[in-house]
Structures are given as structure tokens and as C-alpha cells.
Design a protein around this ligand. Structure first.
Ligand code: SF4
Length: 486
């Protein structure tokens, strides 16, 4: 199935970079399944295709997963039926493998050391090579997701118990990952040595909690303790929490797009609040690309923070110029390819009362293919806006991501091989300004609220500058593990 509007159903606009996945885990709490459900609810923006929860009652594992939103997959009865005192959960947007129930996570496997559930956010760039090797040795795979490769590696690793088996497998895989593992008697959580994908550790009473984003801790009433460090494996069992630095942390590379677009504004990543980071991006954008205008508006929801930063810095009033329909669910009848504009109109409308006859600065977080931007500019013009000045709170998006974001092939990225003026004409704006890469970095680093944060404010910028922190030569396409060309 070609990547398209149907894959971007739900609250997101079509042709935006798609999220990757969200993970959650909790150890030793009588309401483990229910809290995981709430945690996944908070992480729903990271994946809307499928959801799953695996639980342990201390002796064995149970699992429930399905296609759709967390609220569609789980009801009261399912959550009560799961029981358990420890759990891991996952919300998925497919970055490898099709959107199928078989590919929904957590995966649960039974191997010589017992039962193991695992769930993953990110992309393993050497998964295809490892899988080919394993298949040639006779391994049988049940899914087409890279996560299953790790299940095999754990099952085949040396004879020293589950912890060293997980360690061994984590030393073999390359790329961006935040993993959670659950066995009958322990919870494990790990992050790749570059720290591409976020993962935080929290405390709820005596229970330990891990989540892709700290907003999930707020939802379940847990306290943020710290980020899981790049290259670290955290193990929680009846003896408490301990840590192993499985691989030395290398060039810190938290995905900068987490700040620009993916993460929730109420999350903190590397000690920096996402809303504050976005406001800083907007302020810097206003300094770099001022505009003579009557009002500033942002594309809801992800660009609102940057738009308010722009408005404050420019001294131009911020107004709600676009309204989002929050109730376009996953199951609504998708517009045909020819009427993609309807897809945007179903999700967004311009406020005529606000924009008519006025010069509008429209702030958006990114332009990927350009089609959505053109439609949104068109919405404002049809509502009577006199001028539309498009300002983007990130640099031109030029290179595909191989670390866990589905961003289309380079050929589909509108900025590839085009001058800004050409893109301006394509999106039909009166003017267009992108934030510079240095402006983006200084905006994010300058807005730090925690001077001691790990990573020192250094991020992956590969989709802007092509400088991939981990070699992507072996990275396969989204459907490579399916053995068919899409
Ligand atoms: S390539 Fe871009 S989207 Fe991917 S991890 Fe790096 S910054 Fe994030």
C-alpha cells in the first residue's frame, strides 16, 4: 500500500512526517495494566495504527493488542482481564513493516529462558542484514518488523540468563532505539548509544515507570526521575533498580524533530520543555525572517508554540486563524487521491472573521512534500487573507530519516534540489522563510531549563544536513523485511 493519506488518518494532517511509536513500562504496581493504558493514552500522538499491552503476574505473561487507537483496542473488561503487577505497552506507527495486527507490539516470545515481551520505538539500520543471516541459519520470523530480530538475538544469546542475553543483543543492533522488555519477574529498558529516541525513567510510589515521553508520567501521577542515558540498560526486579552501560555513549544525537514536531509540548526531553523549545524556535524565526503583517497564526497543534514565540518576538498579535477538527477519527472515509484538499479541509478550517483582509504570518513546523502547506495557504486565501507569509520553524527538510521516522524517500521531499523561491511559488505564499540550522540549534540549546542535562544539547540534524550519526548504508526501506518491493 503506498504511503498516503490513509496512513495519516486521525488527528494528523496528511503528508506530514509521521511519528514513530511510543513505549511505556511499569514494574510492581497492582494497577499495572490500567496505568499502562493511561500511559499509552498520553503517548497516542506517537502512533495511532495499533496498540498493545503485555502484563506479568510474576509467573507468566499475558498480552492484548489490536489495530487502532488505544481507546479502540482496550475497554474496561480487557484491562480488568489482563490483571498483572507489571506491564509494558506500545502505540505504533509503522516505520518498518506494514500496518498489520501481526506487526503490532509488544511481541511475546517463548524461548529457552522462558517468556519475553518486547516493544520498540525507532529503526534498526542493520535489521535486514541480521534477519537475512538468521533466516539462512533456519530461523523463522512471524512478523516483518525489525523488533523481532532482537527477540531472536535474545533467544540465541549465550547461556548467562536474560539480562546478559538482552545486553548481548543490544550490542549487535545499530540505529535508533528505545526498547522495553518484560519477563515474568523483571522489566528492562534500553536506549541506543546515540540516544536518538527519547526514554525517561519515573517513580510512582514504590513502582518504577519508563516512558517515551515525560507527559505519560504526569498522566499516571508518576514523578520524573531522569532520562535513560544513551547506551544504558535499566533493569528493575524484586531487588530494585540497577543499571548497566551496555555500550559507551557516543555522539549525543537526540532527534531534533522531537522538539520541532513529534513530542508533546508538555514533555521534557534532555531537561528541556518541548513547548519552551518551540517558542524559542519561533522567536529565532522572527529574528531571521521578519514580516510586515497584521497577525501571526500557527498550524494547529504542533506549530502553535512556535507561532506564539514568533508573535512575541515580532510584536505582532497572535490570533487563532485556523481551527482544527479534533474528531476526525481513524475510521472516517478517506478522500480519494484526487481530492486530497478535502482531507485538509476536513481537519482544518480558516477563521474568516480573523483573517479576512489581513496580512497573515503563517507559522508551520516543517514542509515535507509541500502539498499540505499549499492547501493551508489556500485555505487562508479563500477565507480572504490579503497576504500569506509562510514561516517554517525548521530548516529545509532534505534527507530521509533512517532512525525511526517515516518521512518518504528523498525524491518526494519538496525541498530536495529546489531553491526557497521555487518552493514559495509551489506553496503559493507571498513570502517564505525557513529557520537556519544554526538558528535552530541555538534556539534549542539556549532554551535549556536544566544546565546539567545529559547530551549537552547536541542533536541529530541528519534530515536537514545529511550528516547521519550512524552509518545508514545498510538501512533498508520500510517494507524491506517483507521481501517484496512496494
Ligand atoms: S534524521 Fe531527522 S527525523 Fe531522523 S532522527 Fe535525525 S533529526 Fe530526527
Amino acid at each position: 500500500m503506498p504511503d498516503g493519506i490513509a496512513r495519516r488518518a486521525g488527528g494528523r494532517l496528511p503528508w506530514r512526517p509521521a511519528e514513530e511509536c511510543g513505549v511505556f513500562g511499569i514494574f510492581d504496581h497492582p494497577e499495572a495494566a490500567r496505568l499502562t493504558y493511561y500511559g499509552l493514552y498520553a503517548l497516542q500522538h506517537r502512533g495511532q495504527e495499533s496498540a498493545g499491552i503485555a502484563v506479568s503476574d510474576g509467573r507468566c505473561l499475558a498480552i492484548h493488542k489490536g489495530m487502532g487507537l488505544v481507546s479502540e483496542v482496550f475497554g474496561d473488561e480487557t484491562i480488568n482481564g489482563l490483571g498483572g503487577t507489571s506491564a509494558i505497552g506500545h502505540v505504533r506507527y509503522s516505520t518498518t513493516g506494514s500496518s498489520l495486527l501481526a506487526n503490532a507490539q509488544p511481541l511475546v516470545v517463548r524461548h529457552r529462558r522462558g517468556e519475553l515481551a518486547l516493544a520498540h520505538n525507532g529503526n534498526l539500520v542493520n535489521a535486514a542484514a541480521i534477519r537475512q543471516e538468521l533466516e539462512e541459519e533456519g530461523s523463522i520470523f512471524q512478523t516483518t518488523v525489525d523488533t523481532e530480530v532482537v527477540a531472536h538475538l535474545v533467544a540465541r544469546a549465550g547461556r548467562n540468563g536474560i539480562e546478559s542475553a538482552v545486553e548481548e543483543s543490544l550490542r549487535t543492533v545499530q540505529g535508533g532505539f528505545a526498547f522495553v522488555f518484560l519477563t515474568p519477574d523483571r522489566l528492562l529498558a534500553a536506549r541506543d548509544p546515540n540516544g536518538f529516541r527519547p526514554l525517561s525513567l519515573g517513580r510512582l510510589g514504590d513502582a518504577w515507570v519508563v516512558a517515551s515521553e515525560s507527559c505519560a508520567f504526569d498522566t499516571v501521577g508518576a514523578e520524573f526521575v531522569r532520562d535513560v542515558a544513551p547506551g544504558e540498560l535499566v533493569i528493575v526486579d524484586a531487588h530494585g533498580l540497577r543499571r548497566v552501560q551496555v555500550r559507551p555513549a557516543v555522539r549525543p544525537s537526540l532527534c531534533v524533530f522531537e522538539y520541532i514536531y513529534f513530542a508533546r509540548p508538555d514533555s521534557n526531553l534532555n531537561g528541556l520543555n518541548v513547548h519552551a523549545a518551540r517558542k524559542n524556535l519561533g522567536r529565532q524565526l522572527a529574528r531571521e525572517h521578519p514580516a510586515d503583517a497584521d497577525l501571526v497564526t500557527g498550524v494547529p497543534d504542533s506549530s502553535i508554540s512556535a507561532a506564539t514565540g514568533y508573535a512575541e518576538e515580532a510584536g505582532i498579535p497572535y490570533e487563532v486563524g485556523l481551527v482544527k477538527n479534533r474528531y476526525v477519527g481513524r475510521t472516517f472515509i478517506q478522500p480519494a487521491e484526487v481530492s486530497r484538499v478535502t482531507g485538509v479541509r476536513l481537519k482544518l478550517n480558516a477563521l474568516r472573521k480573523v483573517v479576512e483582509g489581513r496580512r497573515v504570518v503563517l507559522v508551520d513546523d516543517s514542509i515535507v512534500r509541500g502539498t499540505t502547506s499549499r492547501h493551508i495557504v489556500g485555505l487562508l486565501r479563500s477565507a480572504g487573507a490579503r497576504e500569506v507569509h509562510l514561516r517554517i520553524s525548521s530548516p529545509p527538510y532534505l534527507h530521509p530519516c533512517h532512525y525511526g521516522i517515516d518521512t518518504s524517500a528523498a525524491a518526494d521531499l519538496v525541498a530536495t534540489g529546489k531553491a526557497v523561491e521555487e518552493i514559495r511559488r509551489l506553496v503559493d505564499a507571498d513570502s517564505l522563510g525557513y529557520l537556519s540550522a544554526t538558528g535552530m540549534q541555538s534556539a534549542i540549546n539556549g532554551g535549556a531549563v536544566d544546565a546539567d542535562r545529559e547530551g549537552g544539547g547536541r542533536h541529530c540534524l541528519a534530515c536537514f544536513n545529511g550528516d547521519y550519526p550512524v552509518n545508514v548504508a545498510g538501512a533498508a526501506g520500510k517494507f524491506a523485511l517483507e521481501g517484496v518491493r512496494r
